[in-house]
Every structure is written in structure tokens, then in C-alpha cells.
Unconditional design. Structure first.
Length: 294
């Protein structure tokens, strides 16, 4: 029995190592090469509207032009002053939770942050991949630290005396533990964000709705918040395969009454028709001030 345990143990270690390594590389690859999704054409100002807007010298008329365009779109968040969120660099009305990335020079749907680790914007298209990358990196570091620790103990107790390998074991354990602790805090923070249905940007600056700022405006409860990022099929949750709900242009919002929330009231209609049909608004958009954001 003793002679068979060592080969079985080695095979088990190798299988676990290669599974974690493949998942680590796969999620990292997807985080890097999944380009951030930009707003659709309906959010861009047409050439005619752009000419009309730029040739108009009266600010109040410019506000009316942009307000007329925004009224046709399912946008419900505002700037801090209550204006329509407009990007003067990309020349578009920003969808809810969309922000302009100065590094990528584009507006990114449900932008979370620009990550230097993957040299890419983390947003709607790759947020799930980024979370899985953090999770498998965490497990990978934990596995390395756990398998090396027993050799560290043997060197400490004097069972092994090879000085050169002692340095390598000590260095590997130190690096693995250091990365594990760092990733643990980062992954824990993003898990908290997912449970509240917030992005990193929204955690620092609460989204503004028609009734004012609300940091829990998109919080639908833990289960629904989780499904927005990972989807409803649980078998795909742990795989770096796109399964997030929606298309990143609009999101269900928390409200006391569906009648006060056009997006929730017409959620099924949005799923069927996308953005082809105009939302039933109360006509407040034309009177809103337009504020350009970058």
C-alpha cells in the first residue's frame, strides 16, 4: 500500500496542477484579447444631427437637439448635475454604466476599470473572465504554496540539507504567499462589488438617476446580481465562456414600484425587441440639461 501511494499522489498533484494552469492561462488570455464592447450605432449622433448640433450657436438649442436624441434611447442615469451623459470625444449619448476610457480612447459598456495587468479595459465583455482569472490565480498560488510548504518545513527541521534548493523553495513559497495575499484582497473586493451589482467606478461615485444618486440603483439582490455577470446556466459559471445577461446597453434597476421604473416595466419587451422600440418616457428628457462627459 505504501509503494502505491506515492505514484498515485504524484499523478493527483500533476492533474490538479495542469487543470489549474490551463484555467489560469485560459482566463488570462480571454481577459486580454476580449476587446471591450463599445456602444451601438443608435447611441452615436448621425452626421446630420452632428452638423445641426455644431452649426447651432445657441446653447439652449444645442441642448434641445441632444435631448431629442436621448429621449429615443433607454438611458436613465444622469450626470452629477442631472444632465444627459454625453461624450464629446466619441460623439455619442452614453448608455447606462458606460464610461469613456482615456487609455483606450473609446467609450466602454459597463466599464469597471482599465487594468494594467492585462493591458485592457475591464467591462461588460470581459468582466466575468477577469473575475475567473483572479479566482484561478488565487487557487494557483495557494496550490504552489501548499505543495512547497512541506519541503520548507523539512529544510527548517534539518531533514534536507541541499543549500541551493533550500533557497529556491524559500523564494517560491514567499512569492506564492505574497501573490496569494494580494489577490485575496482584490478578489474579495470584486466579489463584494458583484454581490452589490456595482462596478469599481460606481463604488467610488454612485450612479445618478432622475431622483438623484443611488449607490444601490442596480442592486437586484444577490442571486440576480450574480446572474447578471455569470448568467443563468450554472454549468458555465466556472468556464471562461461568455454567459453574462444582456448586451451591456441597459440594465434592470431597483425601484419601489415597476410603474416608476420604465426599464423594469418593459424588461421583457427589451429582451424581445432589443433597442428597436422607444421607451415610454414621461417627456422629461427635453427639459433636462445636457452635460458633456469624457
Amino acid at each position: 500500500a505504501v509503494t502505491l501511494s506515492n505514484p498515485v499522489e504524484k499523478v493527483a498533484y500533476l492533474v490538479i496542477f495542469h487543470i489549474l494552469f490551463v484555467l489560469f492561462v485560459w482566463t488570462y488570455w480571454k481577459s486580454i484579447f476580449t476587446l471591450p464592447v463599445q456602444p451601438g450605432k443608435k447611441y452615436h449622433i448621425s452626421y446630420a444631427d452632428q452638423e445641426r448640433y455644431e452649426n447651432e450657436e445657441r446653447p439652449e438649442v444645442q441642448r434641445q437637439i441632444l435631448a431629442e436624441i436621448a429621449r429615443k434611447l433607454p438611458v436613465y442615469t444622469r450626470t452629477g448635475s442631472g444632465g444627459i451623459r454625453f461624450c464629446d470625444r466619441c460623439r455619442l449619448i452614453k448608455p447606462d454604466r458606460c464610461h469613456h476610457c482615456s487609455v483606450c480612447a473609446v467609450c466602454v459598456l459597463k466599464m469597471d476599470h482599465h487594468c494594467p495587468w492585462v493591458n485592457n479595459c475591464i467591462g461588460f465583455s470581459n468582466y466575468k473572465f477577469f473575475l475567473l482569472f483572479l479566482a484561478y490565480s488565487l487557487l494557483y498560488c495557494l496550490y504552489i504554496a501548499a505543495t512547497v510548504f512541506k519541503y520548507f518545513i523539512k529544510y527548517w527541521t534539518g531533514e534536507l540539507t541541499n543549500g541551493r534548493s533550500k533557497f529556491h523553495v524559500l523564494f517560491l513559497l514567499f512569492v506564492a504567499v505574497m501573490f496569494f495575499v494580494s489577490l485575496l484582497f482584490l478578489f474579495g473586493y470584486h466579489c463584494w462589488l458583484v454581490s452589490r451589482n456595482r462596478s469599481t467606478l460606481e463604488a467610488f461615485s454612485a450612479p445618478v438617476f432622475q431622483n438623484g444618486p443611488d449607490k444601490n440603483g442596480f442592486n437586484l439582490g444577490f442571486v440576480k446580481n450574480l446572474q447578471q455577470v455569470f448568467g443563468e446556466e450554472k454549468k458555465l459559471w466556472l468556464l471562461p465562456i461568455a454567459s453574462s445577461q444582456g448586451d451591456g446597453h441597459f440594465f434592470p434597476m431597483r425601484s419601489l414600484s415597476e410603474a416608476q421604473n420604465p426599464l423594469l416595466a418593459h424588461e421583457e419587451q427589451w429582451e424581445d425587441d432589443g433597442m428597436d422600440e422607444e421607451p415610454h418616457d414621461s417627456g422629461e428628457a427635453p427639459s433636462l440639461a445636457i452635460e458633456r462627459e469624457t
